[in-house]
Design a protein around this ligand. Structure first.
Ligand code: C5P
Length: 236
């Protein structure tokens, strides 16, 4: 059951569109909670590897999802969120390309998506929530006050990811990243349940030519228009 009267902003789209960064900035600016739904799928994939569960064993993955021991803690010194799985810090490994690939494999399974639904709804607490993912506006929070769908060209998304990974000392090539990203896009768009697509009432923003500041300003201005309507609708 979704709690009423708590504002939600959903930010969906494929990897490399700046969705995670924008979602965090908007949540921080508004003092809202933040749901990184992709991290839940990544953590489930990682937990499956730890417990030697095949990534297509739907029943075992559902059980695992029900018992997933995870924790998100904000490290204020480095201004980033640390992620723990079964007590072990997995902040970096969970962001790897392999974890992203595993996540998109377990995310195909309908019962797995259903099993993670309550966990996602539990992030909805006052004063509000910014939810980042693929199906936030279409499936998880269909009544969200503001829905954003970010896009960017494949080249630009691969270039951004390349810069990020190289910065962390990873040995990757731009060409490999394009292949990896487009394979993940295809899995996300073609799955039968909750495929990656914009909600009918989502505002689409192409970030190919925009920097983070420009996207942030655009989202905040959309929210400022929409929050006025939200406040008015609560006055009886
Ligand atoms: O956003 P992130 O790159 O962390 O997501 C990893 C994968 O998790 C996605 O490629 C997608 O397959 C899956 N995912 C999903 N639904 C969400 C968030 C992520 O299916 N709401």
């Amino acid at each position: 059951m979704i709690k009423k009267n708590i504002p939600v902003i959903t930010i969906d789209g494929p990897s490399g569109t700046g969705k995670g960064t924008i979602s965090r900035l908007v949540a921080q600016e508004l003092g809202f909670h933040f749901l990184d739904s992709g991290a839940l799928y990544r953590l489930l994939g990682l937990a499956a590897r730890h417990h030697s569960i095949p990534l297509d064993d739907e029943a075992a993955l559902v059980t695992l999802a029900g018992h997933l021991d995870i924790q998100f803690t904000f490290d204020s010194e480095h201004q980033k969120t640390d992620i723990f799985l079964e007590g072990e810090r997995v902040t970096d490994v969970v962001r790897s390309e392999l974890s992203g690939k595993d996540a998109s494999i377990v995310a195909i399974l309908p019962a797995v998506r259903q099993a993670l639904m309550n966990r996602q709804h539990a992030f909805l607490e006052p004063p509000g929530l910014v939810a980042d993912g693929r199906d936030m506006g279409t499936v998880i929070f269909p009544g969200a006050e503001l829905k954003i769908f970010l896009t960017a060209s494949l080249n630009e998304r691969a270039r951004r990811r390349y810069k990020q990974l190289k910065g962390k000392g990873n040995d990757v090539t731009l060409e490999d990243l394009q292949v990896v990203l487009s394979a993940r896009d295809a899995r996300d768009k073609q799955r039968e349940v909750a495929p990656l697509l914009p909600a009918d009432d989502a505002v689409q923003i192409d970030t190919t030519e925009l920097d983070i500041d420009a996207v942030f300003i655009r989202v905040m201005s959309l929210w400022n228009n929409c929050s006025m309507k939200f406040k008015e609708s609560r006055v009886v």
